[in-house]
Design a protein. Structure first.
Ligand code: ZN
Length: 490
């Protein structure tokens, strides 16, 4: 069911009237992972050519870019989390290494740097590094008192020290998180003793801005904003903005977010976005991170106290373009005019498809002309359907619960279809509706005393932000040539 383009498409204006309580945006790592995939949306504003160029530019860019491309290819969202985590660990280890080098600790004996491999236990990792069984048992027991060894993650860094004379294992150092390292060190009586080291980082607020020439992602990258932060920025606005059609050259952004730096001033990790503005065709949309009294966690709210989160995302797919909108069109195979009761997203076969909202799988399997098909029930009124898939995410079945943004399957051309694309439907009480025509329930709307408290919080945060320099001003001092975004968004 892929065809020629019809309508400009799906710019769902945010609704401020809905009253239903949505679930909060939770766990940052999860959100980041989802967005790692979503980031692909931002390559290319309008057409496939732009997209090609943007991808090429990223592919050839310095530094972090290959990781980003991997995240697009990588079909497993969990693996993306692992990579983000592994990088944090790497950075943390690098820092420790520098400290160790300074104190000369790294010079005693043979040193081996390794990582936890998929399926590895700590004992297995130590054994395969050449430690004998008795020593492995002692070291593992000592470390197990300090950290939950069942929660080791592939990619987690492990540093082993061996005695320079006997080549016996004398120390195991495990980077548990970016802030915590646990050790087991050999004692003179032949045992092992566990120790921990905590690193503390200074929290800084960073303010950045940019003008979008090609994509929000590239503009953000030029402004010096980390990929993880841009990913979260995209997720924040993904409820309101269709990133294929809703962003135009000349649009701009501004955001303030947290960075955590070590004593050497290096960024060890990024934190939350506290405030972000996206300016589209001159009209700004701003969200503030805030936890209202009585809510289980923080969420993003606009200046009127309406939460950003919506029941359904605008675009349930990464790196696609709309090839056919909802409405009448000439059927590409049969030739006559008929109603198209969904939205088609052209994308390469294998591109991940995300659940547009939290819900339960109501149907999964082959469904005639729809080919491989999933229907998700979001609430008593709305469902969404995904057709022509190449395959489903393993483990999904009728009744499985899915989270918004979770990968449910991959683009294909199964059933009656002329080429790889996602046919996506929004169903209201069982009938297909134009996604543009529906007013979706939204999250929390603050009122009364809770709105007053939010407004006071907002005023304070704004005053704090006003005193911050922009990141591009700092970047400009270091490298004037790289900054193309200085004249930005306000
Ligand atoms: Zn279709």
């Amino acid at each position: 069911m892929s065809g020629t383009e019809t309508e400009p498409m799906i710019v769902q204006e945010p609704s401020y009237r809905g009253g239903r309580r949505g679930k909060r945006i939770t766990v940052a790592a999860c959100a980041l992972a989802v967005i790692g995939g979503l980031a692909g949306l931002l390559f290319g504003i309008q057409d496939p050519e732009t997209k090609g160029r943007a991808n090429a530019a990223v592919g050839l860019g310095a530094g972090d870019s290959p990781r980003l491309l991997m995240s697009q290819r990588e079909r497993d969202i969990d693996a993306f989390v692992e990579r983000v985590f592994a990088r944090m660990v790497e950075d943390g280890v690098a820092d420790l290494d520098r400290q160790a080098a300074l104190t000369g600790e790294a010079l005693a004996g043979r040193r081996m740097d390794t990582v936890i491999r998929p399926g590895d236990t700590l004992a297995r990792a130590l054994s395969s590094a050449g430690a004998d069984n008795g020593i492995v048992h002692q070291a593992v027991t000592a470390l197990g008192k300090l950290t939950d060894l069942r929660r080791l993650k592939p990619g987690q860094e492990l540093t082993l020290m061996f005695d320079h004379a006997t080549d016996k294992l004398t120390e195991v150092r495990l980077q548990e998180s970016v802030e915590r390292v646990v050790y087991a060190r050999a004692t003179p009586d032949g045992g092992f003793l566990g120790e921990e080291e905590r690193l503390t980082f200074e929290r800084q607020l960073v303010r950045a801005r940019g003008t979008i020439e090609d994509s929000l992602f590239l503009a953000g990258q030029r402004a010096g904003v980390e990929h993880e932060v841009l990913a979260e920025l995209i997720r924040m606005f993904s409820f309101d903005v269709d990133f294929q059609r809703g962003i135009h050259p000349g649009d701009g952004f501004e955001l303030t977010y947290e960075r955590f730096v070590n004593r050497a001033g290096e960024v060890m990790k990024t934190g939350n976005i506290l405030k972000a503005t996206l300016v589209r065709k001159g009209s700004p949309l701003t969200y503030f991170r805030y936890q209202p009294e009585g809510e289980p966690g923080p969420d993003y709210f606009d200046a009127r106290g309406q939460s950003a989160r919506k029941t359904l995302m605008q675009t349930p797919i990464d790196g696609a373009r709309i090839s056919s909108g909802f409405g009448k069109r000439r059927h590409p195979i049969l030739g006559y005019t008929k109603m198209h009761k969904g939205t088609d997203f052209a994308a390469r076969a294998g591109t991940p498809i995300m659940a547009a909202g939290d819900g339960t799988i109501a149907r999964i399997g082959w469904n005639g002309g729809y080919g491989r098909y999933i229907q998700i029930r979001h609430n008593g009124t709305y469902s969404t359907a995904y057709a022509h898939m190449k395959g489903f995410r393993s483990g999904l079945k009728n009744g499985s619960r899915v989270k918004q943004g979770q990968i449910i399957g991959y683009v294909g051309t199964s059933g009656r279809s002329t080429g790889p694309h996602l046919h996506y439907e929004v169903l209201k009480n069982g009938s297909q509706v134009n996604p543009r025509s529906i007013k979706l329930p939204t999250g929390v709307k603050l009122a009364g005393a809770r709105l007053d408290a939010f407004q006071a919080f907002r005023a304070e945060l704004d005053a704090e932000i006003a005193a911050l320099p922009f990141l591009d001003q700092e970047v400009a001092e270091m490298d004037a040539g790289r900054v193309r975004t200085a004249a930005a968004a306000d």
